[in-house]
Design a protein. Sequence first.
Length: 318
Amino acid sequence: MRGGGRSRRGFSSVGRASRAAGLPSVSAPTRPAELLSAAARRIPRSDAEYILEHILGTKRHELYSRATVLPARTGQRFAALVERVRSGEPVQYVTGRAHFLDFSVRVDDRVLIPRPETEELVSRAAGRVGRDSVFGTRDSKDRGRRPLLFLDFGTGSGCIAIALARMFPAARVVAVDVSSAALRVCRLNAGMLGVAGRVRTICADRLDHPRLRPCRGRLSLLVSNPPYVPSDRIDKLDARVRSYEPRLALDGGPKGTSILTMILEKGPGMLAPGGLLAMEIDSTHPRRLKEYGPLEIEKDLAGRPRYLFMRRRCQGEQ
């Protein structure tokens, strides 16, 4: 792993960076489309667009409709970031941000880069909670139902916890991670996105940790995108993942189920009656987890088993 080892090129080297990246001279003003066309010969065009969006603070479609000539210093910065991506660093770490649903979060090598599969986990879990009449609705004025308390185990950047806080204005969210460094990123993002008052961070490695005792039997939703890659598959992951993203957020133990089974064993006791447990899993896991009771497994958009749901029955429910 490369912990805190991201390259940071000074502008004294941007001439070399621009030549290495195959870009036109950045010592003179340049149009956005020219920069993108040149960069796309060395890195994916989508990554080049992502970098220039970040630098200009604009949307993708505006990059091509913008006839403005960019100053040389903008071209120099772009060239330096393109070279970092060309060398293998994930574009999200290069720009320091990642998109998630309808917002962006800050990311660096302390946290996992959010994936589209996790966006889908949040959407499906939120849909189930929103349909459940046992709990209060998203409207903060709703009275007479159980208050919404969510827990995101393995929060990382906080993208799941923040998304839920934004979707459910009446909810409080507990964001849990074993990494205090990751929790600092989570708090930064929660503050930046205006939900810090409803997202509480706790450093813990298990659901039965003493700090989580007040949550026991009270959760409307327990959601997690835990480490679930089997240990022997880590070195076979894409180089951008295995070399830059935190192994702690990827390695799920010998079979990839170490954290998953802990959540399935301890999680039901954390739920309020009618509460929902929702997890992202590896496509090889359903047969290994079937012993943990009535589980619902749903496939992702690529047709692979990816999402696990378990609901705690209400009293008297068959």
